[in-house]
Design a protein around this ligand. Structure first.
Ligand SMILES: C[S@@+](CC[C@H](N)C(=O)[O-])C[C@H]1O[C@@H](n2cnc3c(N)ncnc32)[C@H](O)[C@@H]1O
Length: 189
């Protein structure tokens, strides 16, 4: 996830981790991106309490108790939205992705690391997904959800080998999409 953030285009300065849990990814981002301002969002008060303790002395991290479908952030305010092993839990993935698109600046990126029903064992994963969270999305479902929010999938990296169901999906705001009209360019310090 950090590799994607650092290797593609300009390094983001305002980053939101949606479904941040106890803040594992935020801790890594803090180290790898020394100029970044980070927001962690999770609907579980228990998770956020643990994360608060973890980042008690860290002014670059803000934590909020909220769902992906109601992000407590202004329009066009972040350069990147990241999420790890959480997307398949989101109870309304379509409206949540619209929220992601709302808070992203023009040129902003979404990175989702999760289990997907894609690849060699995609069929098996899809059946298992019916019993877990909102389920694991197929390539066609993911593409429709992401596109419906005005984002375009730009890259996909499979983690842990060719039979793994874990992928990092990168999507960007589609400048040609009506939802992108009027968005400000991603800010640079
Ligand atoms: C398996 S944990 C992953 C936590 C963290 N991202 C990590 O990698 O350690 C899934 C997280 O997604 C959160 N979650 C569940 N539903 C969500 C929603 N609708 N919006 C945002 N986060 C959600 C859960 O509270 C939980 O903290």
């Amino acid at each position: 996830m950090c590799d994607e953030l650092l290797s593609q285009g300009e390094v983001p300065l305002q980053i939101v981790d949606v479904g941040c849990g106890t803040g594992r990814l935020l801790a890594t981002l803090l180290q790898r991106l020394p100029a970044a301002e980070l927001v962690g969002v999770d609907p579980s008060e228990g998770m956020i309490t643990v994360a608060h303790a973890r980042f008690a002395d860290e002014p670059r991290v803000r934590l909020e108790t909220a769902k992906a479908s109601a992000l407590p952030l202004p329009d066009r305010s972040v350069d990147a939205v990241v999420t790890t092993v959480s997307f398949h839990h989101w109870d309304d993935q379509a409206s949540s992705l619209e929220e992601v698109a709302r808070v992203l600046r023009r040129g902003g990126r979404l990175l989702i690391a999760d289990v997907f029903a894609i690849g060699v064992i995609g069929g098996i994963v899809e059946r298992l997904g019916g019993h877990h969270g909102r389920g694991y999305r197929s390539e066609a479902e993911l593409s429709a959800l992401v596109g419906g929010a005005g984002l375009t999938c730009t890259r996909r990296r499979q983690l842990f080998g060719p039979v793994s169901p874990l992928f990092v999906i990168e999507a960007r705001l589609d400048d040609a999409h009506p939802r992108a009209a009027g968005r400000a360019p991603a800010s640079r310090a």
